[in-house]
Design a protein around this ligand. Structure first.
Ligand code: NAD
Ligand code: UFG
Length: 337
């Protein structure tokens, strides 16, 4: 089976490409390298021992994408391509609506025109906004995102529901990721954020390697056990396996189904820092800063639906995440070449 990955040179896409290749799938990557580097594709080949096909193009360029579909005739698509920075989406909402929506529309058109009707979409726990209950399950209201980035995910999810209603031949798996973190255990693939990292784990690794002076903890007066926010950190390797499970699910003619991908366990910022210090045998300089706007105190999932219906369960721990994120950062202090 051949799987086309939009955004397959990115953080989650590259780890998924390896998992697919080593599970016997052929992989075609379409990426404009807006937030990634061509050397990622070489590393995917190096680790998996197999070369994916690679096209450097913008998914919003329908004509170019249509040519790839005609040349490659994939059996299914995983749609990772998109912008993902919450703060940037607040500052430049039109960029987010334009890029995330137009790429998704262009992709769905190319799929329909080429009779490719199996799709996995990268959604996000951000669609739940302020959680109505904890743990979050797939029946929670998923239209409450509090920023433009999250609202693009809600709109794309709705567009895919409408598409499946109109075209019963389509099968779609919506995957709502919780907090992806960690790196490939080889230390050859990992997260390579441009500029100052927004997310906790890459910020921690950059402090540990000396690129940043200290971690600022965004508030310690939340209604949680130690006052810092609680999140469901999922190892990117577990997430990659989740995509392979989703591809298998598509073959059962599932129509449109939605799964939360997380571990089911929440960890506070203080707990993550402590786990990271253990993994690195380093003390991490940190201070307490003000709350970050838009942060909810606690977010973690009930992962049981994915376990029942996909036969998938996260296996790696916060300690594994910290160890692998640190090895990646230590061996690639400046990211990808
Ligand atoms: P990433 O930025 O590392 O990967 C996205 C890739 O898409 C990049 O390689 C980028 O160059 C490419 N891309 C962007 N626009 C493109 C376009 N128009 N045409 C072709 N390629 C394009 O991000 P990631 O962390 O791997 O995230 C993948 C997906 O998962 C995104 O849709 C993101 O919204 C979603 N997601 C990520 C997180 C997270 O915390 N990382 C959480 C929830 C959901
Ligand atoms: N944090 C700090 N200091 C930092 C960075 C983060 O204290 O330097 C805190 C945050 O305030 C938050 C926690 O660490 O309390 C986790 O923050 P992240 O930015 O790592 O993760 P979020 O839960 O805020 O958001 C992430 C993605 C979103 C996605 C969401 C749900 O960035 O895109 O998970 O999937 F929508």
């Amino acid at each position: 089976m051949k799987i086309l990955l939009t955004g397959g040179a990115g953080y989650i896409g590259s780890h998924t490409a390896i998992e697919l290749l080593t599970s016997g799938y052929e992989v075609v990557i379409v990426d404009n390298l807006r937030n990634s580097k061509a050397s990622v594709v070489d590393r995917i080949s190096e680790i998996s021992g197999q070369a994916p096909s690679f096209y450097e193009l913008d998914v919003a360029d329908y004509a170019a994408l249509d040519t790839v579909f005609k040349q490659q005739q994939p059996d299914a698509v995983i749609h990772f391509a998109g912008l993902k920075a919450v703060g940037e989406s607040v500052a430049d909402p039109l960029l987010y609506y334009q890029l995330n929506l137009l790429t998704s529309i262009s992709l769905c058109r190319a799929m329909a025109d080429n009779n490719v009707t199996s799709l996995v979409f990268s959604s996000s726990a951000t669609v739940y906004g302020e959680p109505e209950r904890i743990p979050l399950d797939e029946n929670c209201n998923a239209t409450k995102a509090t920023n433009p980035y999250g609202r693009t995910k809600i709109i794309i999810e709705q567009m895919l529901r409408d598409l499946c209603d109109a075209k019963p031949e389509f099968n779609v798996v919506l995957l709502r990721y919780f907090n992806p973190a960690g790196a490939h255990p080889s230390a050859r693939l990992g997260e390579d954020p441009k500029g100052v990292p927004n997310n906790l784990v890459p910020f921690l690794t950059q402090v540990a390697v000396g690129l940043r002076d200290e971690l600022v903890i965004n508030g310690d007066d939340y209604p949680t056990e130690d006052g810092t926010c609680v999140r469901d950190y999922i190892h990117v390797q577990d997430l990659a396996r989740g995509h392979v499970a989703a591809i298998r699910k598509l073959q059962s003619n599932c129509r449109l189904v939605t799964y939360n991908l997380g571990t089911g366990t929440g960890h506070s910022v203080n707990e993550v820092v402590a786990a990271f210090e253990l993994a690195t045998h380093q003390h991490l300089p940190r201070t307490i800063g003000p709350r970050r706007e838009g942060d909810v105190p606690t977010s973690y999932t009930d992962p049981s639906l994915a376990e029942r219906e996909l036969g998938w369960k996260a296996e790696l721990t916060i300690e594994d995440i910290c160890r692998d994120a640190w090895r990646w950062q230590a061996e690639n202090p400046a990211g990808y070449p």
